[in-house]
Design a protein around this ligand. Structure first.
Ligand code: ATP
Length: 307
């Protein structure tokens, strides 16, 4: 039996408004994922595809995958490629099969729309589907014959992954069963992420597998940085009259020309920490002031007692 460290099957808490910029990625991925869920009849029999998000570290690939699941009200299962690689013969292949099985059963358990309700507004969820996210996909599916493993382990791992993708995605829509049975086959939406698409085995990118490639890059303009910072500081509380755009634009004058979302997140949390530090300093200062007044009062009380 496999003990795969799947990170979660809950509804993620990332919403589109938490993500700055990336609007074309958002539209493309939502069309790819949501339209077949919304209009299953229209998409019956059409080929399903996996989605590959690629780009440098910290550019929002994981965030986007979570937002898709969240906005469609689907369970989200996430796994890092290297975590599936076991040391026993056949263990990695078993792990891959187990992950797909877990995703299928999560999809089935979400079979009724709107029953998944950790904060999801009812009336907007889709049933019978789940999102399976493979981070660091390149480590799981490197080009066959170039892995440095002479024993064919990686070849078998890639073959297993391809087999699962073909089973889960390729058959088209809800399979022939759906016309006979009232319960359609579970729909696993597979999203992969990598910093190095060039390292992937090309068979993975063929039609019906990961054939939708979406690039996520760092922010290269002040406007793109501003969009990300505005999203990241969305929940910060500001004084009345505080103009975030103006203050952030001012602060960005000294930024380097290219920054990833993760770099900007460090800027936003740095600013928050400095603000909190200022508040703490003010509170401490106030506490010292009150304390010193009380000491003076104590002394005057003592003085009264002594006399
Ligand atoms: P890696 O390739 O290293 O796995 P990734 O592309 O999956 O990175 P994420 O984990 O999605 O990157 O993003 C890292 C962090 O950077 C996020 O938690 C978030 O704070 C911030 N971030 C990245 N992109 C954006 C964005 N477009 N808007 C808001 N925050 C962002």
């Amino acid at each position: 039996s496999s003990t795969v460290p799947l990170s979660s099957t809950a509804l993620p808490n990332v919403r589109w408004e938490d993500i700055g910029g990336l609007s074309s990625v958002r539209h493309e991925i939502m069309d790819a994922v949501e339209l077949p869920l919304k209009y299953p009849e229209l998409f019956k029999g059409s080929r399903r595809s996996g989605i590959l998000l690629f780009g440098p570290p910290g550019t929002g690939k994981t965030l986007v995958a979570k937002a898709v699941a969240r906005e469609c009200g689907l369970p989200f299962l996430s796994i890092k490629g290297p975590e599936l690689l076991g040391s026993y013969v056949g263990e990695s292949e078993a792990n891959i099969r187990a992950v797909f099985e877990a995703a299928r059963s999560a999809a089935m358990s979400a079979a009724k729309p709107h029953t998944l309700n950790s904060g999801f507004e009812s009336g907007q969820g889709y049933g019978g589907a789940s999102v399976l996210f493979f981070d660091e996909l390149d480590s799981l599916a490197p080009r066959r014959g170039e892995t440095g493993h002479g024993d064919g382990v990686m070849e078998r791992v890639v073959a297993t992954l391809l087999g699962e993708l073909d089973n889960g995605l390729g058959g088209g829509g809800d399979t022939a069963n759906s016309s006979k049975s009232s319960s359609p086959a579970p729909h696993v939406i597979v999203i992969g992420a990598t910093n190095r698409p060039d390292l992937l085995d090309p068979s993975l990118l063929r039609p019906g597998r990961f054939d939708r490639l979406l690039y996520l890059g760092p922010a290269k303009t002040k406007e793109a940085c501003l969009q990300i910072l505005l999203a990241q500081t969305r929940k910060f509380k500001f004084q009345d009259g505080f103009d975030r755009s103006e203050v952030l634009s001012e602060a960005m004058q000294s930024f380097p020309p290219t920054l990833s979302g993760a770099d900007l997140s460090a800027v936003a949390s740095g600013a928050l920490m400095r603000a909190l530090k200022r508040i703490c300093d003010d509170v401490e200062e106030e506490a010292r002031r009150i304390n010193s007044i009380e000491r003076v009062d104590d002394k005057s009380i003592d003085a009264v007692d002594v006399n």
